[in-house]
Design a protein around this ligand. Sequence first.
Ligand code: ATP
Ligand code: MG
Length: 359
Amino acid sequence: MASRVLRIGLIPGDGIGREVIPAGRRLLEALPSSLGIKFEFTDLKAGFETFKETGVALPARTVDVLKNECDGALFGAVSSPTKAVDGYSSPIVALRKKLDLYANVRPVKSVASAARPIDLVIVRENTEDLYVKWEKTLDDPEIGVYAEAIKRISVRASMRIGEMAGIIAQRRQKLRESGVPSIHNSACVTVTHKSNVLSQTDGLFLESVRESLSRARYIHDKVALKDQIVDSMAYKLFREPEQYDVIVAPNLYGDILSDAAAALVGSLGLVPSANVGDQFTIGEPCHGSAPDIAGQGIANPIATLRSAALMLEFMNEGEAAAKIHAAVDANLVEAKLMTPDLGGQATTEEVLNDILKRL
Ligand code: ATP
Ligand code: MG
């Protein structure tokens, strides 16, 4: 097979990002050559340390190289200063904008042997809703000082996130049909919203997602479509997480639900994510820079390894991704070499080596 070259930008950022991103690189380098993929890596800067060194959190070069010389990227984490610092703002938020990465995709999966199996994906809209940050503080003779924020929901953004959810549901369905074991018999997309209160904004989200899914023929007899009010979803997600397959949500509910869902599988150190657009994907572990354990060599690399697999899935390298998932799952099932967040005593290096061996 002719080999393909994939150019990957590596942005470690701050704290444990500097420990887990090199692990991600070594994982990609260790993929069997029979897959026919050759990786080329470029190290790129961003984050609070970069800001302290250079005065900018996201150097123009990082954006240029990602746009013009990379096929995908891995992002570690950036520390957010506790007090607002003049001129500093989150580089990953800026990157999502600049590269139009409109979907945040977060799979939450338990180990195969778990008493309560979970295998769901949250697909979060990533460009609008309350995150447009149009806020103002006003004063009124009757109510006194008050603040307002705008929640923007557009047909375009809602349609494309619906379509993304449909693509993911279909991809998962195909895997199931090809014999990959799954806790779900069939695919189901659940749209979450609060249209009983916010009939216009959330109503438009629900209607647009439905429309995009049916128009794109994703919803046929094999992919069911449901919708659920977000508060009832939060309740059920905790009581019966095994019921959910693909969840699609506007930005704010998606943010909250995806952090909450991460709690269901034990450690933040296990949960991957991908920032996805039509042209580009950045894999990113869900955890932050974890200053409390940074520099000790004990960060769990699994969230990053899974993020690398997720990035590959969106680059149409499903076979490579499946190999990574299988190796990680085997490490977790055996439960011998684990970092302290999972109750073990292994280092980042030892866990990585164990997973590389299983590749
Ligand atoms: P930030 O401001 O960068 O988000 P944080 O203090 O919120 O930093 P997180 O990275 O969000 O820290 O982590 C929250 C907790 O989970 C911390 O106690 C951290 O040590 C732990 N944790 C996060 N990621 C990992 C990991 N990969 N391995 C082990 N523990 C982790
Ligand atoms: Mg955090």
